[in-house]
Design a protein around this ligand. Sequence first.
Ligand code: NDP
Length: 259
Amino acid sequence: MEKMKNTSMFDLSGKVAMVTGGNGGIGFGIATELANAGASVVIAARNTSKSESAVLKLTSMGATALSTELDATDENSVQSAINMTVSRFGKIDVLVNNAGTNIRKFPQEYSIDEWGKVLGTNLTSMFLCSREVHPHMAQGGGGKIINIGSMTSIFGIDWGAPYGASKGGVVQYTKSLAVAWAKDNIQANTILPGWIHTDLTSKIKTEHPERYSSITSRIPAGRWGEPPELGGTAVFLSSSASDYITGAVIPVDGGYASF
Ligand code: NDP
């Protein structure tokens, strides 16, 4: 019997997606679901052995995946990672700007270097990667940019002011891309993860259990999320199902932002 053609709007077969910080946590959860939907995936991060094991997991499930070393805060590194992707696959259809970091302290305690590190990793990285993919997407007839914000894109945070400043900036930066690049058929949207179990947040549970409990009690779903739970929204925003959606801000948070 002839195999039925996949006509799902969510099908990503033939698409090429780069996920910054895709070697673990939310980035890997997203990379896995993009691969499951048929995309070829490039894992771009600094830790090359972690990226190689992420690639191994993806290829062992039958996906096309490779890794490239990327420091998303460094202009030359961004250029070479995107050049590598385009020379390997001939194009780039989807960019997920997921790389991120946090330094948790009170606002008066930050040094300028710490401020710069958080802003650079969470926000300037998006500028560098988005600027670099733009000509490839525009010449290729369009593309999808998915930027990862946070609940701190909406709410103030006592214990991470540069993180909150960067994540607030992510929303407005993404809206600017949406407006500027609509004519190039590039859709740019923001996902706001709620509280998700990853390396970035693991110390809250182990070192600050009272904070962990008070966060959990404020989540309407009654639990933290897991990285794969970001994957469905990322597939949607990478697919033709979202072609008329740009500049949107979508919480994936168990109801936290509605409470
Ligand atoms: P992880 O610490 O697990 O992942 C962060 C990733 O970013 C790592 O893969 C890391 O890889 C990469 N990264 C960090 N700095 C750079 C850099 N300079 N260049 C390239 N890659 C870099 O954290 P999460 O998965 O939790 O975080 C992913 C995103 O989700 C972040 O933007 C974070 O702010 C956001 N987020 C997370 C939430 C949560 O509850 N976990 C909630 C809201 C938002 P490597 O070290 O190899 O470079």
